[in-house]
Structures are given as C-alpha cells and as structure tokens.
Design a protein around this ligand. Structure first.
Ligand SMILES: Cc1cc2nc3c(=O)[nH]c(=O)nc-3n(C[C@H](O)[C@H](O)[C@H](O)COP(=O)(O)O)c2cc1C
Length: 193
C-alpha cells in the first residue's frame, strides 16, 4: 500500500515544504522502525513541481475517467493515481483551502475516488478551518477520511530565521493520524478490490 504525503502549497517562500518534508521523514521512520501497518510505504509528492493550470480540461473531471488533454494535468494524474492513500499537508488561506491545492484536487476525480485520506494542517490556528473544509470536499470523491488530524502553529514551530522545529505534541498527533490513515488505506483498498 502506497501513501502519498502531498505538499499542497506552491507559494514562493512557502512554509509547507519544511512541514511536508518533516512529515514524510516521520512517516518513513515509522516504516523503518516497524511501527507502520504491514506493507505500507510513504512517498513525498510536491504539488509545486507540476505547474498545474486552473481547470483547463474541457471535460468535467468526474466524467473524464482519467483521460486528460492538458499534459500538466495528465502528469499530475499519473503521479496521484497509483497511490492507495494520501496525507494532505495543507496551509490555511483566508480560513479555507489554498486555491492551488483545491484546483489540484478538482482537476482529477477517479484518481481520488474510494481511497483514504488524512490531514496535517498548518497556519496561525493549526490549519483547522482548512482541514474542516477539506473534509467536505473529499466527501464528494467518497474518500475514507481519518478523524484524527495533526496541526502545526506556524508562529511557534518556526523560528524567525525560518527553521522548523516540531513540537512534541505534533509527533504524537501525527503518529495517531498515520495509524488511522494506514488502517483506512487498507480498508479502502479492500473495498475497491
Ligand atoms: C493568502 C494567505 C491567507 C492566509 N490566511 C490565513 C488564515 O485565514 N488563517 C491562518 O491561520 N493563517 C492564514 N495565513 C497564514 C498562513 O497559514 C501561513 O502564512 C502559512 O505559512 C501559509 O502556508 P505556506 O507558507 O506553505 O504558503 C494566510 C497566508 C496567506 C499567504
């Protein structure tokens, strides 16, 4: 079972890359320590590398059945499709989901459908409102979502020079979230079989 840790912020100077890389390292360490569910592998996917245009497909994604005309959308779909589960590392912009990340979700459909998802939010208020909005969004793709979530306060976790240091409770909440996501990923895979 493959789970993607998805860095969803694309902004120059973003904090999301440091958070996402740390999360992916923790997830990989969990596998190496034998703490993860049997057969689970984690990989980092960085949305910033895809330069996705805004909703450029003429066919509604839910009807496209994985066939996309724009090469950037097709490359994004090829990256996302093989995974069984996703951990979205999401910023909060104006109390909601960053537009580029929402667009990256919207341009695909079958790739997400009936799979599992968990969330790590970050922001001034730990990204909780963005995660709450994500929960309503991913429901449309019939995704199994982990109730547990992790959150990062950017004011306390980042020092003035931009160094990220994870607080102890983040280690704990991430572990709980990953455990639930791994269970749901297996469950979702068995439902799709
Ligand atoms: C356009 C914009 C809107 C923001 N709105 C919020 C907000 O509503 N709530 C919040 O907690 N933080 C907000 N922030 C602060 C971000 O959570 C913080 O800057 C975070 O580092 C953004 O993620 P990024 O650095 O990966 O882009 C906002 C930041 C930006 C750029």
């Amino acid at each position: 079972m493959r789970i993607a840790v998805v860095i969803g912020s694309t902004r120059p100077g973003r904090k999301g890359e440091a958070v996402g890389r740390w999360v992916a390292e923790q997830a990989t360490a969990r596998v190496q320590a034998g703490e993860a569910a049997e057969g689970v592998e984690y990989e980092l996917v960085d949305l910033a590398g895809f330069d996705l245009p805004l909703l450029s497909e003429p066919t509604v994604p839910g009807a496209a059945n994985g066939q996309y005309e724009n090469p950037a959308t097709a490359a994004w779909a090829r990256t996302i499709a093989p995974f069984d589960g996703y951990l979205f590392v999401t910023a909060e912009y104006n109390h909601s989901i960053p537009a580029a990340f929402k667009n990256a979700f919207d341009v695909l459909f079958v790739e997400w459908r009936h799979k599992a998802i968990g969330f790590v939010g970050y922001g001034a208020a730990n990204g909780v409102r963005a995660v709450e909005h994500w929960r309503a969004v991913v429901a449309n793709a019939s995704m199994l979502q982990a109730r547990n979530q992790a959150g990062v306060n950017v004011f306390t976790a980042f020092s003035p020079d931009g160094t990220f240091t994870a607080p102890e409770e983040l280690v704990t909440t991430l572990r709980t979230t990953l455990g639930e996501l791994e269970e749901l990923t297996a469950l979702a895979a068995s439902r799709r079989a």
